[in-house]
Design a binder for this molecule. Structure first.
Ligand code: KG4
Length: 340
């Protein structure tokens, strides 16, 4: 049988990435060019700059991916691309490159949902056992998703306001930590013995989540803190905020995830998205499920931030299900996971 060779492209936000996946399992290339440094001075992703940088970088990343020793690009059997959700201009750069390649190579195109990619990133660790529950925790999303079978998604819980990563970033900014705030909150709160303080628990119905109220409460508290002559809050106090924020934000998510997993009788729980790199989340998720017969999976750290390896994994399942896209496909900045 002919090998299935997927070349996947991801450009939905601030990473330009290309991966090549052989037969759904063997990752031949995983190349990521991140724009984080370029967006730092804006304190967040500046969409117009993101598009320009994707345009500038995509050919470099592609040339690098195709320079793999002993690899003949003519063996590529499918081209996959993130079709949404994401920044409109950024998505279009990846889609245009994917369409050009698919046309030139005369191979099918697959348009992948970005969050399906974050979920299927976990398959680099283990095969999925359905039904399963996925927790997506990122800068733009906080969702609990039920998967009865491959590539079928039912959102059973979601944030009613801010996403967890977005709320992390805003609290971190108020504490004077650089972008991306969530990463830096995590970095300074790892040591043992950091004092934490109580915070109100938001009342949110069902499996839904809420971060806006907690975020505003924390920001108001931080604004009242004593500062030194340079306007800085003492490091010990910053660490205490960082740790308390992490614990409250993550515990809210894990409590809902646990309840949903028990109610839906799932066999596995998987976590995805940028916030799945969080140390507190990674060390506590197993404790939450320690008395249940439910397997908990975390993506490898290299697969938590945006990348194309996860897009290739999801594309592999879409090929099995015959979900191909026409060459006339358009990107969808607000693409709905439940429409897959
Ligand atoms: O999935 P992702 O790379 O892309 C977007 O959704 O934009 O997630 C980025 C988010 C940012 O809010 C970032 O601060 C957060 O994930 N993040 C973290 C950590 N690593 C990334 N938050 C907490 N702890 C981390 N280690």
């Amino acid at each position: 049988m002919k090998d299935e060779i997927i070349l996947a492209i991801e450009s939905s936000c601030d990473e330009t990435a290309i991966a090549i996946l052989k037969n759904g399992k063997e990752l031949l290339v995983n190349s990521v060019n991140t724009q984080i440094e370029d967006h730092k001075r804006f304190g967040g992703v500046y969409p117009e700059l993101a598009s320009r940088l994707h345009l500038q970088n995509i050919t470099k990343v592609l040339a690098y991916a195709l320079s793999l020793k002993d690899f003949d690009y003519k063996t590529i059997t499918h081209v996959a691309v993130t079709g949404g959700p994401g920044l409109p201009g950024a998505l279009q750069i990846g889609a245009m490159a994917a369409k050009t390649l698919a046309t030139y190579l005369n191979v099918p195109l697959i348009s992948v949902h970005h969050l399906a990619g974050h979920i299927y990133a976990n398959e680099y660790v283990t095969e999925f056992k359905y039904p399963l529950l996925a927790l997506i925790a990122s800068g733009g999303n906080s969702e609990i998703v039920y998967l009865p079978s491959p590539m079928k998604f039912e959102i059973i819980g979601e944030t009613e306001d801010d996403a967890i990563g977005e709320a992390f970033d805003k609290v971190a900014r108020e504490l004077g930590l650089p972008y991306p705030g969530g990463v830096n909150l995590d970095k300074i709160s790892k040591e043992e013995g950091i004092k934490t303080f109580p915070l109100p628990k938001p009342k949110v119905s069902g499996y839904n989540l809420s971060y806006s109220g907690l975020k505003s409460h924390l920001i108001r508290m931080i604004q009242k803190e004593k500062r030194d002559e340079e306007g800085k809050i003492p490091l010990e106090v910053v660490k205490s905020y960082a740790r308390s924020t992490e614990e409250h934000f993550v515990n809210q998510m894990l409590d809902k995830l646990h309840q949903a997993a028990v109610d839906y009788h799932v066999r596995q729980v998987v976590v995805g998205g940028g916030v799945s790199a969080n140390s507190y989340l990674r060390s506590h998720v197993n404790d939450v499920f320690k008395n249940d017969d439910i397997e908990v999976m975390l993506p490898p750290l290299w697969c938590t931030t945006d990348n194309a390896a996860m897009i290739a994994k999801a594309a592999h399942h879409m090929i099995e299900l015959g979900h191909l896209a026409p060459l006339s496909m358009t990107t969808m900045p607000n693409r709905n996971l439940e429409d897959e």
